[in-house]
Design a protein around this ligand. Structure first.
Ligand code: ATP
Length: 281
């Protein structure tokens, strides 16, 4: 009988730390002459909620557009699930983008379709499913945001908070691996806001999602984010857990976290000297 060396059979390679879902290195991006990013390094860890914060006009929305392949970096590396998103063929990019759900402020519902049809829309667009399967799928997504009972309503019968939740059900219709939220709390009353905050956390954890939230709302974001990146003037100026950022003594971070009007963050968009505009000098 052959003797098998058990130590050889059961040998496992040492476990490696999980790779981030999004890995950004030395990212540069400019719009015309204007430099938006001048060397950004950032990791989005799988299964976590990462907040991207920073003063208005810093490029937070632009960053989401770069991650989802809508814009191309000027230079640097941007890997999504290990793939260099800007080196992909059209077909591969399309396939990857169907795995990214987006909840953008501008992503309004289609006003002439019911709530049900709004959520069904990306599923119908993506491929053919028997109507009975589609119905179950859509109702499950609506149930996940607490609006199964609203399936037959038209968008104009919804409150602002309900409309955003329907948009969220639509964003998760294709079971994405990652969801990008751009200012999800804007214009919400306190109750809708509380509902949205806990929904984002709940959906992330229950569906094994990875979430990126762009927002100005420090309190709401700090209550759900696992990681926070603070951007300003084209760079990451701080990164850590909400508790680490709160304790960061840097005046940049403190100005932002405390919402102070005065500090190192400029209030004015870059402009020529006043005299040049008003006195022609
Ligand atoms: N389509 C565009 N064409 C030219 N410039 C643009 C365009 N979209 C945005 N910008 C500029 O790029 C910069 C970054 O914009 P972006 O919307 O990403 O900032 P943001 O941090 O998301 O701002 P906010 O918090 O105000 O939404 C801004 O200076 C903006 O004026």
């Amino acid at each position: 009988m052959d003797i098998v060396d058990i130590s050889q059979v059961t040998h496992h390679p040492p476990s490696l730390p999980p790779t981030p879902l999004v890995r950004i290195r030395n990212l540069h991006f400019r719009r015309g002459e204007r430099v938006i990013f001048a060397g950004v390094d950032l990791d989005i860890q799988r299964g976590r909620i990462t907040a991207i914060m920073g003063p208005s006009g810093t490029g937070k929305t632009t960053l989401l557009q770069l991650i989802s392949g809508q814009l191309r970096p000027t230079a640097g590396t941007l890997l999504v699930d290990g793939q260099p998103i800007h080196g992909l063929s059209r077909q591969a990019l399309y396939a990857l983008r169907t795995r990214i759900g987006m909840l953008f402020q501008s992503g309004a519902l289609l006003t002439d379709l019911t709530v049900f049809e709004n959520v069904a829309f990306p599923i119908r667009e993506h491929g053919r499913l028997p109507e009975s399967v589609l119905r179950k799928l859509v109702l499950m997504k609506l149930e996940a945001v607490g609006l199964r009972g609203a399936a037959d309503l038209m968008p104009n019968a919804l409150s602002g908070g309900m409309a955003r939740r329907v948009a969220l059900a639509r964003a998760i219709a294709l079971d994405p691996m990652m969801i990008l939220y751009d200012e999800p709390f804007t214009g919400q009353d306190p109750i809708s806001l509380g509902v949205l905050v806990s929904l984002i956390r709940q959906l992330n954890d229950a569906s094994g999602l990875t979430s990126i939230v762009v927002s100005h709302d420090v309190n709401e974001v700090f209550s759900i984010a696992d990681d926070v990146y603070l951007l300003a003037e084209g760079r990451v100026i701080s990164h850590g857990t909400p508790a680490q950022l709160t304790a960061d003594p840097s005046p940049w971070v403190q100005q932002f976290v405390a919402g102070l009007p005065d500090g190192p963050v400029h209030f004015h968009y870059p402009a020529p000297p006043l005299a040049a505009d008003f006195l022609g000098k």
